[in-house]
Design a protein around this ligand. Structure first.
Ligand SMILES: [Mg+2]
Length: 262
């Protein structure tokens, strides 16, 4: 079977309008073929559920940049993947030496208004972004020495710090790519068939997922520098769209159908 994994902002959703309108024909193609479409984003479950409903799908959601998987009724799953993970991160922060704790403020410390200001989201959207289960984005204002000390304590506690474009995020040691692998294994067990994975993304935080997929698709995003050409792309296992966002997404899914992969 085939499973499609996709980033949202700048990939399935237009970078500016957040619309997926231009991808509708390709979405209908996937639905007609019963191909699961797994959304993989830095967004929270609270932000992604309404979108998943608008898309008319009901598949697992890779949320908070791979920190967790939501809407996944997998009874075999164990370990570190529960909403209480967020409480554990907040407890870890609270227990830090005061000097280091003072270097970091996160969404859990901020009001909805402050999250809106830091993210550029509307108040309504910021309230959904604050409903976190698996990771804590924020700002780190300390020195390099303090940052190293903070990261060392994080790692000792089984977490990691990810510096993104906008936020310094405390999260478990997972990623979109690791979560994709977990779901590929799940679909393989469930279906008893080999699973071909297709992944679409536009940014550096998607690159590991694109590299790990059987077929990776880079969606053009003129608002930042293009992703580097990797060995997998030279081998023809990663393709690039010409058009950005949902129009590129639509074209590339149609291309995979035309070439017989889907
Ligand atoms: Mg993106």
């Amino acid at each position: 079977m085939i499973v499609v994994f996709t980033d949202l902002d700048g990939t399935l959703l237009d970078h500016d309008s957040y619309s997926f309108e231009a991808a509708r024909p390709a979405l209908a193609l996937l639905k007609a073929r019963d191909i699961p479409l797994v959304l993989a984003s830095s967004k929270t479950e609270a932000e992604m559920r309404p979108l998943s409903m608008a898309l008319g799908i009901d598949y697992p959601l890779i949320v908070e940049n791979g920190a967790g998987i939501a809407n996944w009724r997998n009874t075999e799953r164990g370990g570190d993947d529960s909403p209480s993970l967020y409480q554990r991160i907040r407890l870890f922060l609270a227990a830090l030496p005061q000097e280091l704790r003072g270097c970091f403020t996160g969404f859990g410390d901020w009001s909805v208004e402050e999250v809106a200001l830091a993210t550029g989201l509307s108040l309504e959207a910021a309230a959904l972004a604050k409903q976190r289960n698996f990771s804590e984005p924020g700002h780190f204002t300390g020195s390099d020495v303090q940052r190293r000390a903070f990261s060392a304590l994080l790692e000792a506690a089984g977490f990691q710090a990810m510096q993104g474009g906008r936020f310094f995020t405390v999260m478990p040691r997972t990623s979109k790519a690791v979560r994709m692998a977990e779901l590929v294994a799940y679909y393989r067990r469930q279906s008893g068939e080999a699973v071909v994975s297709v992944a679409l993304g536009d940014a550096p935080n998607d690159l590991a997922m694109l590299e790990a997929a059987d077929c990776g698709i880079i969606i053009a995003n003129p608002s930042h520098t293009p992703l580097p050409v990797t060995e997998r792309e030279r081998q023809g296992l990663i393709l690039r769209s010409e058009e950005p966002g949902p129009a590129g997404w639509n074209r590339m899914i149609h291309h995979l159908v035309a070439t017989g992969l889907l």
